[in-house]
Design a protein around this ligand. Structure first.
Ligand SMILES: [Zn+2]
Length: 230
């Protein structure tokens, strides 16, 4: 039975201040990991919470934030505990990359916004380890020869963003093994090619939402493996 609760409330992501561990995949996330907290499920890494494909937009530009949030099917507020002020403080928003691009385009009428975008893009690129991205994309193409190279590259970039700054080094190395790469591809397909994100945003449980889009995901994967209807 699908318990559909219509709502439009931002999900919350916390930047922890101590060593933490994901209660689902049991990964050691190190300090300052980005996690979600759920009453009954404990702490989840962004990967297990299905938020790791989102890009981070730091607070500071109200118009851009408002537009990016509006265009994003799935968004999450990023909060960090302030020891000095003894409360959670908003760091920014996690949004879908296309939503951010669209919001930036809309804000571009303004020359200042254009300069801001250059800075943000440089920051984002600086985070990425190019060699790592290439290796990751190669593994994707081995496993899914018919996956468009641009898509493989973009999946690899997201994986890399995730492993720089959000989890430790050993987790990053492990992410290149075949199983982990498959998971990254499945996550991408779910988010990009199905209505999964809208379901989550509408209050569906992850398990139910996954079941509901499973067939659509498998059909894309079969196509990318090169064995769909041939
Ligand atoms: Zn996890």
């Amino acid at each position: 039975m699908n318990q559909r609760v219509p709502k439009r409330e931002d999900l919350k992501v916390f930047i922890t201040s101590r060593e933490s561990k994901c209660d689902e995949c049991k990964e050691d996330l190190g300090r300052k990991a980005w996690i979600t907290l759920a009453e009954d499920k404990g702490a989840l890494c962004l990967s297990c919470a299905d938020l790791d494909h989102l890009v981070f937009l730091p607070s500071g530009d109200a118009a851009l934030t408002r537009r990016a949030r509006k265009h994003s099917n799935l968004s999450a507020v990023v909060l960090k505990w302030s020891k000095a002020r003894k409360r959670y403080e908003r760091q920014g928003l996690l949004v879908e990359e296309p939503a951010l691009k669209q919001a930036e385009t809309e804000c571009l009428a303004d020359e200042d916004a254009r300069a801001q975008r250059r800075i943000r893009e440089a920051d984002r690129r600086a985070e990425l380890d190019l060699a790592y991205i290439e290796r990751f994309a190669e593994v994707i193409q081995q496993l899914y020869p018919k996956c468009p190279p641009k898509t493989a590259r973009s999946i690899a970039e997201h994986a890399c963003t995730k492993y720089s700054g959000r989890v430790g080094r050993s987790a990053a190395a492990k992410a290149l093994d075949e199983h982990a790469v498959r998971l990254a591809v499945v996550a991408h397909v779910r988010h990009a090619k199905t209505q999964y994100d809208s379901l989550l945003m509408n209050g569906w449980e992850r398990v139910e939402a996954r079941l509901s889009v499973e067939e659509a995901v498998l059909s894309v994967l079969a196509k990318w493996q090169g064995n769909a209807g041939s």
